[in-house]
Design a protein around this ligand. Structure first.
Ligand code: CAA
Length: 389
């Protein structure tokens, strides 16, 4: 067993940490308050290579491993989770999905733009009546010979108001159930793509979450992604990797809150000494550090398994389930340690507490992760431990 990071991985982690502190931190409170999409920051993330980290260099990406991606996600999530969800959706869902399932022509046409940040992408699976029950797709695509006609509504679409490309799951043959679902690459400039209301959210407030309507959108046949009827499996496979991205976001929220709490506890004095020297606070810090470390190991293990080509689905679900609970618990503790200061925006922990909640909901709720984990165990597909030969 080998716990060290390579020099390259450490360099990526350091670059992400510096970028987050120098370029994201200064405006994060204002952007969150005004629900302002981080346009310049996203452009900079593209320039820094954070939007196509795992994409092959031949398509303009960084060609990095999942561990490097997770390390960068943790650092950026300590500071700005609107930026880190934009990064996660673009990397793990849109770029990964296109690279794995796309034709050569699709990859050449779209990946360089997405990896550079010239375009950002959205993953359009959820619908008003198809959230956790994702096979219940009502969006339809009718085969019209040289094109499909797409109609329907998608909900809670990350990057919805800012993306140039959507990966859209739609039902082509309802008689086949989930095997009738296809995935389409849709450019948002096409007629019939309507950007609906922007959501006013509890957390990740400067990320851009919208309802999207497709009204008779003509999708050329060459924009079908993967084999017809494989759209649901595509969505599940892609989300499995996405769950590592959101787990690393949750980890960053937890470790960011923990770091702020330790720093504050050493500075703030009550009853004549720093509050870190009161056992009530010192023990909280010990528990926080332990849980953050456990979450980090689970997230890194899931990433390592993906990089090794192992079946990482259960490990990814476990990492997301655990890290998102840790993010919730640790941000509440960080606010408590800050006392009244924790309840005001200036000290950052209240924002991290609000941001933490969504990690238990998107890319599969904690309940969905328990479905995935329990099915794997009860169907005898034991997840593979790290010490596999
Ligand atoms: N890989 C490949 N295939 C898979 C798979 C996987 N990980 N999981 C399921 N499948 C296949 C099954 O084998 C099955 O195929 P067959 O028909 O050939 O047998 C088919 O898909 C249907 O699978 P299930 O019977 O397991 O489907 P189900 O209805 O029981 O649902 C579920 C399972 C796990 C609950 C699934 O619906 C699910 O994950 N729901 C949550 C959806 C979700 O995560 N949404 C997130 C939206 S995107 C987002 O949040 C992004 C963002 O903006 C941040």
């Amino acid at each position: 067993m080998y716990f060290s990071l390579t020099e390259e991985q450490l360099a990526v982690q350091g670059a992400a940490r510096d970028f987050a502190r120098q370029e994201l931190l200064p405006g994060v409170i204002a952007r969150d308050g005004a629900m302002l999409f981080p346009k310049n920051e996203v452009r900079r993330m593209g320039e820094m290579g954070f939007l196509g980290m795992m994409v092959s260099p031949e398509y303009g990406g960084g060609g990095m491993d999942t561990i490097s991606y997770v390390l960068a996600m943790e650092e950026i999530s300590k500071i700005d989770n609107s930026c880190s969800v934009i990064m996660s959706v673009n990397n793990s869902l849109v770029c990964w999905g296109l690279e794995k399932m796309g034709t050569e022509a699709q990859k050449q046409k779209y990946l360089p733009r997405l990896a550079s940040g010239e375009w950002i992408g959205s993953f359009c699976l959820s619908e008003p009546e198809a959230g956790s029950d994702a096979t219940a797709q009502k969006t339809s695509a009718v085969d019209c010979g040289d094109h499909y006609l797409l109609n329907g509504t998608k909900n809670w679409i990350t990057n919805g108001g800012s993306s140039s490309l959507h990966l859209v799951m739609a039902q082509v043959d309802p008689s086949k159930g989930s095997r009738g679902i296809c995935t389409f690459i849709v450019e948002t400039s096409w007629p019939g793509v309507v950007i609906g209301a922007k959501e006013d959210k509890l957390g990740i407030r400067s990320s851009d979450t919208h309802t999207i309507m497709y009204n008779d959108v003509r999708v050329p046949k060459e924009n079908l992604l993967g084999p017809a009827g494989d759209g649901f499996k595509f969505a599940m496979k892609t989300l499995t990797g996405g769950r590592i991205g959101i787990a690393s976001q949750a980890l960053g929220i937890a470790s960011g809150a923990y770091e702020l709490a330790v720093q504050y506890a050493k500075e703030r004095k009550t009853f004549g000494k720093p509050i870190s020297q009161h056992q009530a606070i010192a023990f909280k810090i010990a528990d926080m550090a332990t849980e953050v470390e456990a979450a980090r190991l689970m997230v890194l293990r899931a990433a390592w398994m993906k990089d090794q080509g192992l079946d990482f689905a259960t490990a990814a679900s476990m990492a997301k389930l655990y890290a998102s609970d840790v993010a919730m618990r640790q941000t509440v503790e960080a606010v408590q340690i800050h006392g009244g200061y924790g309840f005001v925006k200036e000290y950052h922990v209240e924002r991290l507490m609000r941001d933490a909640k969504i990690t238990q909901i998107y890319e599969g709720t904690s309940e969905v992760q328990r479905i995935v984990i329990s099915r794997a165990i009860l169907q005898g597909q034991l997840y593979q431990p790290m010490w596999i030969e």
